[in-house]
Design a protein around this ligand. Structure first.
Ligand code: ADP
Ligand code: MG
Length: 388
């Protein structure tokens, strides 16, 4: 692929993603090579590579294909020779950056684009309340729920709203993984003072995917102190995790109980209406992007019905559908959807059998499957049987 073509792809991506996402995520990519349908990019960190791949992969492929290149897959690598420089960069950041968020915020993740339904209304209301700023009423706000249910979206929305309402606030958003990475770097570079000062000087601290620090003892210790210092200073803390505080593996008790002292709300798995609502709102965005495409009635209902895993998969399906339909220049019909999304639909189709439930439960309780379905009534078996 020539630089010319890549430049064209870049400008298409800029138009499609908006200046913010573009400069946060696409600009850091360095095109390396294209061979056998695989486009390889150098990225400064794995985090960026993963993020881009999950969130913009389909669109990058689409625009490369559009520019006449045959690309099926993307690959991201962190070039080893750039690593030391990258580390230096992250080290100098903590002290250097006074305001604003740490990880770039995704401009699409706002309250406006968050579709509210029964399963997430409580989490949404709590997030809204915190985003209003004002006196800290519950600390921390702890949001939890399964993959792709909107935790990160809500956190970015809170950060964006806070920054808009009160630009003077120092809002720090980062993943627990980044917290650990910074902590380790600070230790190694003997910059713990800077580290502590940075984290204790924020007005709002947001830590995403906190389950990550389970089992990482010294990171937990530091997190605990940071947490306490901020709570004592009446600063708002917002945490997300994939499960309830009490269920995070290898997390110290004192941290669990700290995390529970504010408001704990969960995002429930989506229901049909919420999925349909999300699809409808995404279609509006696509309609602006692909004005010539028509979508047949019944397609969204079909997708909402069939793809019940998580919203990310649902979105990915829609992205692919639009990209595909615009490539072949056809209306999006049920048939096209079935064709183009066969793999996703198949994966979502997996039926859970009673036998599988029995097997898993007996594994969990360390008893034999034959015992569980047998006649014995001792407690150690009766309980698992009941659970199954
Ligand atoms: P999590 O952090 O819980 O794994 P994300 O916040 O990353 O999930 O959400 C995954 C994708 O689904 C994102 O693109 C997000 O915008 C979208 N999404 C999730 N819930 C909603 C919702 N209620 N309304 C609109 N988009 C949503
Ligand atoms: Mg997330």
């Amino acid at each position: 692929m020539t630089n010319d073509i890549w430049a064209k792809v870049l400008s298409a991506l800029k138009g499609a993603l908006g200046a913010n996402s573009y400069s946060s995520w696409i600009e850091p990519l360095e095109f390396a090579q294209l061979s056998g349908g695989v486009a390889t990019f150098d990225v400064p960190t794995n985090f960026i590579g993963n993020y881009v791949s999950q969130n913009f992969g389909d669109q990058i492929i689409y625009h490369m294909n559009n520019a006449g290149e045959e690309v099926q897959r993307l690959q991201f690598r962190v070039p080893s020779q750039t690593r030391p420089a990258e580390k230096n960069k992250t080290v100098s950041k903590p002290g250097g950056r006074k305001t604003g968020t740490d990880a770039p915020l995704d401009a699409r993740f706002t309250f406006d684009t968050f579709v509210v339904g029964k399963p997430n209304e409580l989490a949404h209301a709590a997030a809204r309340r915190v985003a209003e700023g004002g006196p800290v009423t519950f600390n921390p706000l702890f949001l939890y729920g399964g993959v792709g249910l909107g935790k990160t979206h809500l956190m970015h929305a809170i950060a964006a709203e806070l920054k808009q309402r009160s630009p003077e606030l120092n809002v720090l958003y980062l993943s627990a993984e980044q917290f650990m990475y910074r902590f380790i770097t600070a230790l190694r570079e003997r910059k713990m003072m800077d580290f502590k000062q940075l984290f204790r000087s924020v007005d709002v601290l947001m830590v995403d995917d906190v389950q990550f620090i389970g089992g990482k003892d010294s990171t937990q210790e530091e997190f605990f102190h940071t947490f306490n210092a901020l709570v004592d200073g009446q600063k708002q803390i917002i945490i997300s995790a994939d499960r309830a505080p009490g269920e995070i593996k290898d997390l110290e008790e004192r941290i669990k109980s700290r995390l529970q002292c504010g408001l704990v709300v969960d995002l429930h798995p989506t229901d049909y209406e919420l999925r349909l609502g999300i699809l409808q709102s995404k279609v509006e965005v696509y309609a602006a992007q692909y004005p010539d495409l028509e979508i047949a009635s019944g397609v969204l209902e079909f997708l909402a019905h069939r793809i019940s895993t998580n919203v990310r998969v649902l979105e990915g399906a829609l992205t692919r559908l639009f990209a595909f339909a615009s490539l072949v220049g056809r209306e999006i019909t049920l048939e096209l959807a079935q064709d183009c999304l066969a793999d996703i639909l198949r994966a979502s189709d997996r039926k859970i059998t009673i036998e599988e439930i029995q097997r898993r439960v007996s594994e969990y309780y360390n008893i034999r499957l034959s015992e569980m379905i047998g006649p014995k009534r001792v407690r150690t078996i009766a309980r698992p049987r009941q659970v199954a």
